[in-house]
Design a protein around this ligand. Structure first.
Ligand SMILES: C[S@@+](CC[C@H](N)C(=O)[O-])C[C@H]1O[C@@H](n2cnc3c(N)ncnc32)[C@H](O)[C@@H]1O
Length: 311
C-alpha cells in the first residue's frame, strides 16, 4: 500500500484540479472528443475498478515487485460535483447506488473503501480513475506506467501525479503502440489495463492486436481488457474474439444493467476480460455479482455472466 502521506499529497493535488476544468496548458497533441469525466463512476466503472482493485491486491500478496501499466489512463481523478460529470450524472447509475450501503459484499466493499479514501467527509465529491486506484495499491518496490493521448487529460494527469516521483512514469502518446516498448517489464510481474473508449470502432481491432503482440513479448502478464456493451456489431462479437487470444487461463465477467436502448448506441452494460487472472477471482465474482445486478440493474434484462477457463 502506498504511504498515507503520499496518497494525501496526490489527493490534495487532485482536489485542486479535478478533471472537467479547462486545462492550464496549451494543447500538445491532437484533440479527441472523448472525456472520461462524463462517465466517471458509472456502472461500467464500478465493475472495471472493483475488478482492477482485486487484480492489484492479488499481485501485492507477494513481496516481489510488479508493474501496473494503463494504456488509456484518463485524467486520474474526477470531480462529481462540477464540470463534465455533472452534465450527465452517470455516476448515479453506478457508485452513487453503492455509496452508504451497509450490505456490500467484500469485493465491492473494498472498492467503495477506495472511493471513500478520496471523500473523507463522507460526501461523494470525487471519483478515482484507474491510475489513482492503482497508485494507492503500489508499494515502494512497484512501478506504474501510464499512457494518455488526449492533450488536456494528460495535463491533468501530470498535475495529479506531479509529486509521484519516478515510481510513476506518464507518457503523452498512444498506449497501443507505447506498451510494446515496455514489455516484458523488468520484474516479470505486471497488470496491464487496456481501457479504450471504443468511440472509434477501430479500438476493438487495435485492442485485440495489442494484446496479441503483448502476449508474444510477455506471455505471463495479467491483461485486463474493458469493453462496452452497446448495439454495435463490433461490441457484440468482441468477447468471442477475446477468447481466441489464449486457449485457456482467462476470465470473462460482464454486467448488463438494462435492455439495449431503443434510440441508438447507448451503453447498457460492460465486460472485463482478463488473461492470466488469479485463480480465486472467478469464484468471488460468481458469488458477488448477483448482488451487483440487484443494486445496479435497471430493468428485467439486468444480468451478469462469469466465464472462467483455468489452466
Ligand atoms: C475510458 S477512458 C480511460 C479511463 C481510465 N482507464 C479509468 O479507468 O479511470 C479512455 C482514455 O483513453 C484516452 N485515449 C484515447 N485513445 C488513446 C490511445 N490510442 N492511447 C492512449 N490513450 C488514449 C482518452 O483520451 C481517454 O482519456
Amino acid at each position: 500500500m502506498a504511504s498515507v502521506a503520499r496518497s494525501r499529497t496526490i489527493r490534495d493535488r487532485a482536489t485542486l484540479v479535478p478533471s472537467g476544468r479547462p486545462a492550464l496548458f496549451l494543447p500538445l497533441l491532437i484533440m479527441l472528443s472523448y472525456r472520461h469525466a462524463f462517465h466517471a463512476g458509472n456502472h461500467a466503472d464500478v465493475l472495471k475498478h472493483a475488478v482492477v482493485l482485486q487484480l492489484l491486491r492479488y499481485l501485492g500478496q507477494k513481496d516481489k515487485a510488479y508493474w501496473y501499466i494503463d494504456t488509456h489512463a484518463g485524467a486520474g481523478v474526477y470531480s462529481l460535483k462540477e464540470g463534465y460529470a455533472t452534465k450527465t450524472a452517470e455516476f448515479e447509475t453506478g457508485i452513487a447506488k453503492l455509496w452508504g450501503r451497509n450490505d456490500l459484499p467484500q469485493l465491492f466493499a473494498e472498492y467503495v473503501d477506495e472511493v471513500s479514501a478520496l471523500n473523507a467527509d463522507g460526501q461523494l465529491h470525487f471519483y478515482p480513475g484507474s491510475p489513482y486506484l492503482a497508485w494507492r495499491q503500489l508499494r515502494a518496490q512497484d512501478r506504474m506506467r501510464l499512457f494518455e493521448l488526449h492533450s488536456t487529460e494528460i495535463d491533468v494527469l501530470r498535475h495529479n501525479f506531479r509529486d509521484a516521483g519516478r515510481r510513476a512514469m506518464l507518457y503523452a502518446g498512444d498506449g497501443f503502440d507505447g506498451i510494446l516498448t515496455l514489455l516484458p517489464p523488468a520484474p516479470r510481474r505486471a497488470l496491464i489495463l487496456l481501457d479504450p473508449s471504443y468511440e472509434d470502432k477501430r479500438d476493438y481491432g487495435r485492442t485485440l492486436r495489442c494484446v496479441e503482440e503483448s502476449l508474444k513479448r510477455f506471455p505471463t502478464g495479467t491483461y485486463a481488457v474493458w469493453y462496452p456493451q452497446v448495439k454495435r456489431p463490433e461490441s457484440q462479437r468482441f468477447p468471442d474474439q477475446l477468447k481466441q487470444l489464449q486457449k485457456d487461463n482467462w476470465l470473462h465477467v460482464s454486467l448488463t444493467v438494462s435492455n439495449p436502448p431503443e434510440d441508438g448506441y447507448g451503453l447498457f452494460g460492460s465486460g472485463m476480460f482478463i488473461l492470466n487472472p488469479p485463480y480465486t477471482l472467478a469464484k468471488q465474482l460468481k458469488d458477488q455479482m448477483p448482488w451487483l445486478v440487484k443494486v445496479l440493474g435497471e430493468d428485467k434484462a439486468a444480468t451478469f455472466k462469469v466465464e472462467y477457463r483455468g489452466n
